[in-house]
Write a protein that binds this ligand. Structure first.
Ligand code: NDP
Length: 319
């Protein structure tokens, strides 16, 4: 008999097609050739009642309430903040995607945009537009201090790449961390220490009640004059009005934003046209279907074989 796993995803059609190819192949490879993945609207009442696990990608949280016997969900995305904040309290376990490939993709993005800022590309681009031939002073990577906000799976992978490229890296986490080559800080006073010494601050934090609005005007003003900001985490972590004020006043030099309060970023949003802001369409670390589908399928196979649920996020902590 075919077993059905609901698939609740809000994604582009081409992305959906890639997953619909990768997931069945990975399930078959994991010994689950009898498991079919179907969108919620294709499931009848019996299938909805029978579902104990679902695969999700940025779903409407309320849709999960259509599956009353769900025990856990496997998210294909690493960020699950909407599920955590909008689902009513219950025993439902939320497992986010932790894929070593995603960490490497994020580390590559952090390195790429750090190099963009480090080698003054925004200013050379502006100089070209104004036909200005002017050599800016060269700084070595060892003279460029990077402050990583978040030392989890992604932050640690980013730290490795930055250190390998010679940058001076400090990091901040909620609890004490020990990461080779990183000047580690934690807690409120640790944030001040990291920001005060960061030429480039990189946000790699989950969005939680504690991190929402974390990078406000006061905290971003702690960055040294001329510093830059990269937000690859979640939009609401950073106050974009405060950011624009600090860029316009000359305190900050540039910002690279991959994530926004409202995505897609509305066409009339002033961030699009700001000369010192680089807008990216949430692309710093997309999930790779080939590797992530295998992780999801292996997790499902373990659950069907033994009832084991992979490590879930801590709903009270928010990540
Ligand atoms: P992890 O859970 O592995 O790490 C989170 C880190 O943030 C930990 O170091 C944690 O501290 C720290 N942290 C959490 N809350 C606080 C706080 N209040 N104060 C200080 N530090 C805090 O997450 P990942 O590294 O896997 O991912 C981070 C986020 O990146 C995801 O939640 C997601 O939102 C975003 N993301 C963005 C993508 C994109 O394409 N733009 C792609 C993938 C993810 P501690 O170590 O003490 O627990």
């Amino acid at each position: 008999m075919t077993r059905t796993v609901p698939f609740l995803a809000r994604m582009q059609d081409d992305e959906r097609a890639a997953w619909m190819e990768a997931l069945p192949a990975a399930l078959a490879a994991a010994g689950l050739a009898d498991v079919a993945v179907h969108p919620l609207d294709r499931l009848d009442t019996d299938a909805r009642q029978a579902a104990r696990v679902a695969i999700v990608a940025n779903p409407e949280p309320a849709d999960l309430l259509e599956l009353p016997n769900l025990v856990w969900v496997q998210s294909l995305w690493a960020g699950v903040e909407r599920l955590l904040s909008e689902l009513p309290p219950s025993a439902l376990q939320i497992v986010r995607m932790t894929d070593p490939q995603m960490a490497e993709t994020m580390a590559e993005a952090v390195l790429a945009w750090t190099l963009y800022l480090h080698r003054d590309m925004p200013r050379y681009r502006a100089q070209q537009r104004a036909r200005v031939w002017h050599e800016l002073p060269l700084r070595l990577p060892s003279q460029r201090r990077i402050g990583l906000l978040g030392l989890g799976t992604l932050g640690r992978a980013a730290a490795r790449r930055l250190i390998a490229n010679g940058f001076a890296v400090a990091g901040w986490s909620r609890t004490p961390a020990d990461v080779a080559g990183v000047d580690c800080h934690h807690g409120p006073s640790g944030l001040v220490a990291v920001l005060e010494r960061a030429d480039i601050a990189v946000a790699l934090l989950p969005l939680t009640a504690e991190t929402r609005g974390l990078l406000d005007k006061t905290r971003m003003a702690l960055l040294p004059r001329g510093a830059a900001v990269i937000n690859f985490a979640r939009g609401p972590i950073l106050d974009t009005d405060a950011l624009r004020d600090l860029l316009d006043s000359g305190h900050l030099s540039h910002a690279v934003l991959d994530v926004f309060e409202h995505e897609p970023l509305p066409a009339d949003d002033p961030l699009w046209a700001h000369p010192q802001i680089t807008v990216l369409p949430h692309i710093s670390a997309p999930t790779t279907p080939q590797t992530a589908a295998k992780i999801a399928a292996d997790n499902l196979a373990a659950f069907f074989a033994t009832g084991a649920i992979p490590q879930a996020v801590d709903r009270a902590r928010g990540y």
